[in-house]
Design a protein around this ligand. Structure first.
Ligand code: ATP
Ligand code: MN
Length: 153
């Protein structure tokens, strides 16, 4: 049923609680686990210039290396947990608009299930779903399992 499961992560606690569900399904279906972190350049556009944003989108971080390190920690955390359970894993970091790059990744890598949090790092529960989750649901046709931290415990 599922061969490649995508876990988009922003390193938040809610994204983390989605990982349990993703790994459990991956074990059952012997699926590969893909961990993706998108460096959100929209949210950085107020503090950085256009040139710096272009460089980041091309993977040149310069003095923004810590942004890349945070991304690597988030995907690494998912991948480590998956490897502990003997699962095949792929880690990926890109930069741009999170939901667009999540949708592109699904297409380009033949993902057949997405498992993600209902909310993320912003921490403010003003909406039923965080904007990245809502937009991902609107931009893809593959099934998306949305995990809410409050309901998963
Ligand atoms: P908002 O960002 O709309 O203010 P929020 O931070 O609470 O609200 P989202 O950003 O939609 O909610 O996060 C929901 C889920 O989307 C996260 O648990 C994670 O699975 C995924 N996600 C969010 N941001 C990213 C990102 N930059 N890269 C990869 N996955 C992400
Ligand atoms: Mn967010």
């Amino acid at each position: 049923m599922y061969e490649r499961i995508l876990v988009p992560t922003d390193g938040s606690g809610t994204a983390e609680s989605a990982v349990d569900h993703a790994l459990d399904l991956a074990e059952k279906y012997e699926a590969e686990v893909h961990a993706l972190y998108v460096i959100d350049t929209d949210s950085m556009s107020l503090s950085l210039g256009a040139e710096q944003l272009d460089r980041i989108e091309q993977g040149q971080y310069g003095e923004m290396e810590e942004v890349r390190e945070r991304a690597d920690r988030a995907t690494g955390h998912v991948a480590d947990r998956a490897r502990d359970r003997g699962l095949e894993t792929v880690e990926h970091v890109s930069a741009g608009r999170p939901h667009s790059l999540i949708a592109d990744y699904i297409e380009d890598n033949d993902i057949d299930l997405v498992v993600m949090g209902s909310h993320g790092r912003s921490g403010i529960r003003r909406a039923l779903l965080g904007s990245v989750t809502e937009r991902t649901l609107r931009s893809t046709h593959v099934p998306v399992l949305v995990v809410d931290i409050d309901k998963s415990e």
